[in-house]
Ligand binder design. Structure first.
Ligand code: TXA
Ligand code: MG
Length: 313
């Protein structure tokens, strides 16, 4: 494997990224949520290399990224609910799990052999340009080694995957900073993962609450494993004071080593979350995290923090 190329966010960088993807290589690219590790979703060998690069368990299916709803409809079947959600929230931080069209030409490894597929239309100029130039559906999990914190900058990607992938398209930091919200539409609209699109917005669009999977630790979305997104350091949640030797990750009016949002703004906190976890983790001390309200993006932030704090297998 050659050294990982750093590509600039211009025509030359995009052209190179598209060429590498079309030739079957792996390119990490920015989206509004987190960086994705992209491969041509129709190419079995390329998709297999994603699992190898991330050292990800083979059973965990991948999200396929598309430029627009029309392209997504060639891959999966949309019912009325799915159409309404797509029209309201795409492009954006919503992933939908939908019935796969059998003639879609997607590598079976993408769906881990399931009949459903997770699709998303990202709202990021570089991701959109890359999808248009490459002209193929791009399978992309978050661009981090399996089980580690998701990357929200090109430097995060490099620290985890350098030397394991062909290139990183550098688009600066990700504006949302949390992975997409995942909803399955059949048999009824169900929340599989809270994320960058608040659950309240989806429920307002549908005029009904989203169902939650019966047993969240053993669902069809294996990314729901409890110890996911783990930093190396131990994490203590709902901390109001720093204990000896701890680093404090704050929220709201609080003196802390790093503060997710001194003004208590959940959108700002989401955008800072993974970057600050990476930064504190690099210092090697246990991390205490201040309480975060369980509303809007706070749900997704708390979900990630609970997984980061869970006992490791
Ligand atoms: O914001 C995001 O969603 C980012 C960017 C790159 O798009 N991607 C991301 O991918 O977070 P990943 O692989 O780290 O998480 C995808 C989740 C996993 O928990 C996986 O199990 C679930 O989506 N998933 C994928 N396909 C599925 C399917 N067919 N049925 C159920 N769950 C699925
Ligand atoms: Mg991930």
């Amino acid at each position: 494997m050659p050294d990982t190329e750093f590509l600039s966010p211009d025509a030359a960088g995009l052209g190179r990224a598209a060429t590498i993807l079309r030739q079957g290589g792996l390119v990490a690219f920015p989206t509004e949520t987190v960086y994705g590790l992209g491969a041509d979703a129709r190419n079995d060998h390329s998709v297999a290399r994603i699992f190898e690069a991330k050292q990800r368990p083979g059973f965990n299916p991948l999200i396929v990224h598309l430029p627009d709803l029309a392209a997504a409809r060639e891959i999966a079947c949309f019912d009325d609910t799915a159409l309404r959600l797509a029209e309201s929230f795409w492009p954006g931080a919503l992933t939908m799990v939908l019935p796969l069209r059998q003639d879609a030409g997607i590598a079976p490894l993408v769906t881990a052999g399931q009949r459903s597929i997770a699709l998303r239309v990202p709202d990021h100029a570089l991701a959109q340009a890359l999808l248009h130039q490459t002209g193929c559906p791009i399978a992309a999990p978050s661009a981090n080694p399996s089980g580690r914190i998701s990357p929200t900058s090109a430097a995060h990607v490099a620290s985890g995957l350098s030397g394991r992938i062909e290139a990183i398209l550098d688009g600066g930091s990700c504006p949302v900073g949390l992975e997409s919200t995942i909803v399955a539409t059949a048999p009824g609209p169900t929340l599989l993962r809270p994320g960058g699109l608040p659950v309240e917005a989806i429920e307002a669009c549908l005029g009904a609450p989203l169902a939650r999977p019966a047993a969240p630790e053993t669902p069809s979305a294996p990314g729901q494993m409890s110890s996911h997104y783990a930093p190396r350091a131990r994490l203590r949640l709902n901390a109001t004071k720093r204990r000896k030797d701890e680093l404090l990750l704050g929220f709201g009016a609080l003196t802390a080593d790093l503060n997710l949002s001194p003004t208590g703004d959940l959108t700002q906190a989401a955008a800072n979350l993974f970057g600050y976890l990476h930064a504190l983790d690099a210092q090697g001390a246990p991390i205490a995290v201040a309480p975060i309200p369980e509303t809007g993006l706070g749900r997704a932030i708390n979900d990630r923090l609970r997984r980061a704090a869970a006992p490791r297998p």
